[in-house]
Design a protein around this ligand. Structure first.
Ligand SMILES: *[C@@H]1O[C@H](CO)[C@@H](O)[C@H](O)[C@H]1NC(C)=O
Ligand SMILES: *[C@@H]1O[C@H](CO)[C@@H](O)[C@H](O)[C@H]1NC(C)=O
Ligand SMILES: *[C@@H]1O[C@H](CO)[C@@H](O)[C@H](O)[C@H]1NC(C)=O
Ligand SMILES: *[C@@H]1O[C@H](CO)[C@@H](O)[C@H](O)[C@H]1NC(C)=O
Length: 786
């Protein structure tokens, strides 16, 4: 058995080629691990011919056989588990499947940073194991951190939701864990066991090393697939400096400043310039945010600069504009690699036309090879064992399955339970009817899914708890264009003691390249829920799938619908997670990471990028920070099987800016709006950090069952400043609370960062006067004065 296993390893190993293989290819300076990353990259670039360089400018980078460099596929995907979408990943090998974690929007709903980090670390282990067996790359194009701006967006499901602070926090956890910070320390201990001893790593070298590369995508203002005549390829997002500064940019800034090694520029234009050719944006990333990684275009986004955006007059111009970000020689920054072959195919003629010089390509290649070097790809076979020698036994391990289950149970949101139908009392339930086109589906992963190891349907999950489970699809499929299957559904519903209806969305309704037009349940689904509700013995349990918000107002107010649960795309353990919640093994604690708007919101053009409401044109604004209309369920909504009380333990009532104003004799730093409200510019305050204060809240679980509570801390200004948010999220934490116990949540509030917002020019301002700190039913005023 053991022998056979070893044989398998060596037979797959022989297929993997690494650069710098002895004896003939390890003498190049770029193979010398004691040199700095930068000099190794420089050496390597200096050895390449122009043709060889050009062949590196695609995700499918060519081999350079004379230097012993094998081909490399840059594109692998890992959003919520190793996915099939990137050509770098193959499930056709020793490893046949990988853990299918819930889609990001559901994991985000847990509001649990340690969970987010643990999931990303687990995906990284599986990625590295697959790399070691020649089934995946080391560079992954996740996470998706665009703001879920519009409820119709088909890829909102892939994101952590609509709030920039939550999205930033998720990005940071994902990137740090995925790129391997956990294993860096372990490797330091292990290094002497891996072949020849090396000198101890310096602090800087340690930071430099990557287990894997994560990518912040899609930069920027990308959140429309296909709506009316607009597609993501031809859309020009018109974004104000104000919204750019305090909505669209913050997640990317955090993602990059916390060490991401890749940025993907998006298809769309931003204020007239295609994102991949925007020197202003890409400059900011390199210079202000100090980005050290590589920039890839979204797939064939370089071609769209010419073909859809009509920004370039020729393909050659498009290539030059991407590589150099706007044809400006001074900047030396741009898109380093094109997903697809457009750049490498056209580069020869671009050079012939003199629009790109070899040194421009060298600049891109330095970024690319630096990342590969940091990943250890040029350290020979050692790359396999770097950060532990993960293999098949680390994929779909029991720990990872348990974590996937935890992610789903922690994320699921209880939206309605007026009659306390849930949890069901297991020993007493004699029969259950399960209705819905997705009830027996094992494809509940959402976009960017791989091949899960042990997928279980909702029906399968519930069958483990109750002997008599009746099942009917109700609709042929999720689109539900016919009522033909209703009668069967009604007859099973009538027989059962309790009824679960699974309604909502799947990828036929929302996905990449596909936005919705309506927020209502698809086709006759609403009719199905109503019909089943009218015949069931007790108020039914409505389970909603999908990533996008649904207008289910009909069910919110209907006493025949007892409970509503939102399960997003719960992944391979979703069936089990849902049944654990329905039968009360786990009290739901997830909260919605996005606003659920009513159907009437769809009168707002999806193309309107403005976040702020504008009453003069009847524009309601977007997300909980600016939307001022009615909701079906608000951002942050979510119930529990128990109840909690909140108590404010400490928070200051007054803050003085005196002493924090920068000494500028010529300038008055106190500004006033036209209606006489005082404010300061945050960048004119010195020692802003020392203004930070702590807010402590005690939360008590009043009930008889153990539960978790997500504590959300919001702030809003009391005075009406133009452009100020309705409220903003300034902190969140998830507390574990045993029955009848209390715990404390403690938040550090940085007034400059949290209590301000961007002005019309994108500069952060802090209003003086009263700010209200809000958590659940607590309200506390902090007054800021000079
Ligand atoms: C690697 O670089 C170091 C530092 O420059 C040098 O001392 C050493 O001889 C090099 N090793 C090889 C094998 O060239
Ligand atoms: C990648 O490029 C090689 C040639 O360098 C080619 O044989 C292979 O088909 C390409 N793969 C894809 C997925 O395009
Ligand atoms: C559920 O689907 C599985 C296949 O995925 C099938 O074997 C099973 O019979 C289905 N269950 C019912 C009750 O139809
Ligand atoms: C947060 O997630 C971690 C990892 O799954 C888990 O151990 C912890 O209990 C969770 N916290 C709460 C309060 O649910």
């Amino acid at each position: 058995m053991i022998l056979l296993f070893l044989q398998l390893i060596s037979s797959t190993d022989s297929k993997i080629q690494y650069p710098c293989q002895p004896p003939q290819h390890n003498s190049y300076p770029f193979c010398n691990a004691s040199l700095s990353t930068n000099s190794r990259a420089q050496f390597l670039v200096s050895l390449l011919t122009l043709d060889e360089k050009i062949q590196q400018l695609s995700d499918n980078a060519s081999a350079v056989p004379r230097l012993g460099i094998p081909p490399y596929e840059w594109w692998s995907e890992s959003l919520h588990g190793i996915a099939v979408n990137g050509p770098g990943v193959s499930f056709d090998g020793v490893i046949k499947c990988a853990t299918g974690f819930p889609q990001v929007i559901l994991t985000a709903a847990s509001f649990n940073r340690s969970l987010w980090s643990a999931v990303a670390a687990a995906i990284a282990v599986e990625a590295k194991a697959m790399f070691n067996y020649g089934q995946a790359g080391l560079t992954y194009w996740a996470p998706n951190i665009n703001i879920f701006r519009d409820p119709r967006w088909g890829r909102g499901q892939e994101t952590p939701g609509e709030d920039p602070m939550v999205t930033s926090a998720f990005a940071v956890e994902y990137v740090r864990a995925f790129q391997g910070q956990y294993y860096a320390a372990a490797e330091r201990r292990d290094q002497f066991r891996l072949g020849q001893p090396r000198k101890a790593l310096t602090e800087e070298e340690d930071v430099d090393k990557l287990m894997l590369s994560a990518c912040c995508k899609h930069f920027i203002a990308y959140d429309l697939e296909n709506w009316g005549q607009f597609t993501r390829y031809n859309f020009n997002a018109v974004v104000t400096d104000q919204d750019m500064a305090d909505t669209y940019q913050p997640p990317f800034k955090s993602c990059i400043q916390q060490g991401a090694s890749c940025l993907m520029c998006s298809y769309n234009g931003v204020n007239g310039i295609p994102a991949c050719a925007d020197s202003g944006l890409l400059q900011k990333v390199r210079k202000e945010w100090n980005f050290k990684g590589y920039i890839t275009s979204d797939c064939d986004a370089v071609a769209t600069i010419y073909e859809y955006q009509n920004y370039a007059k020729t393909p050659e111009d498009a290539v030059a504009m991407a590589l150099k970000a706007g044809l400006n020689y001074e900047y030396l920054t741009g898109t380093d690699i094109n997903c697809g072959t457009y750049m490498s195919r056209n580069m020869k003629s671009v050079i012939r036309e003199g629009k790109v010089l070899e040194k421009d390509i060298d600049r891109a290649l330095l970024n690319l090879f630096s990342v590969q070097l940091r990943l250890g790809l040029f350290d020979g076979e050692l790359v396999k064992n770097r950060f532990r020698g993960f293999g098949p036994r680390d994929v779909c391990s029991s720990d990872h399955k348990k974590l996937a289950l935890e992610a789903a149970t922690q994320g699921i949101v209880l939206l309605k339970n007026d009659l306390k139908i849930l949890p069901l009392d297991k020993p007493v339930i004699s029969s259950l009817a399960v209705v819905g086109p997705l009830a027996n589906s094992t494809e509940l992963g959402g976009g960017y899914t791989g091949i899960p190891c042990n997928p279980k349907s909702i029906l399968g999950g519930l069958q483990e708890h109750v002997t008599n489970v009746y099942y009917a699809t109700g609709c042929v499929d999720v689109a539900c264009y016919s009522t033909d299957k209703f009668s069967e559904a009604l007859s099973v519903a009538k027989q059962a003691e309790h009824v679960v209806v699974v309604a909502g969305l799947d990828l036929s309704q929302e996905k990449e390249d596909h936005d919705r037009y309506s927020l209502l349940l698809p086709g006759y689904q609403m009719k199905l829920v109503n019909a089943v509700a009218s015949v069931s013995k007790r108020p039914l349990i409505l389970v909603l799938t999908g990533g996008g918000p649904l207008d289910v107002s009909f069910a919110v107010g209907d006493p025949h619908v007892g409970s509503i649960l939102w399960i997003g795309y719960p992944g391979e353990t979703g069936g089990k997670a849902l049944s654990e919640i329905i039968f009360g093994h786990y009290s739901p604690g997830g909260k919605l990471p996005m606003t659920w708007y009513p159907e009437s919101f769809t009168r707002v053009p999806m193309t309107d990028m403005n976040m702020r409401a504008d009453p003069s044109r009847n524009y309601p604004g977007r997300t909980h920070r600016f939307y001022n209309g009615d909701t079906v369920y608000p951002f942050g909504y979510g119930l529990s099987y128990t109840s909690f009380t909140y108590k404010l333990l400490s928070a200051p009532s007054k803050l003085s800016l005196e002493g924090f104003l920068q000494a500028r004799p010529q300038k008055n730093i106190l500004y006033q709006t036209s209606n006489g409200l005082d404010y300061v510019h945050v960048d004119e305050l010195t020692y802003c950090e020392s203004l930070r204060f702590e807010v402590q809240i005690s939360v008590t679980n009043k009930g008889d069952i153990d539960a978790s509570e997500v504590v959300l801390l919001f702030a809003k200004g009391l005075e009406l400043f133009e452009g100020s948010p309705e409220r903003q999220l300034i902190g969140f934490d998830r507390l574990g609370l045993l029955a009848h116990t209390s715990a404390e949540a403690s938040f550090m509030v940085d007034p400059c960062e949290h209590l301000g917002f961007a002005d019309k020019h994108g500069n952060r301002i802090l209003p003086l006067g009263d700010h209200i700190i809000i958590s659940q039913d607590l309200e506390h005023v902090v007054s800021i004065g000079l």
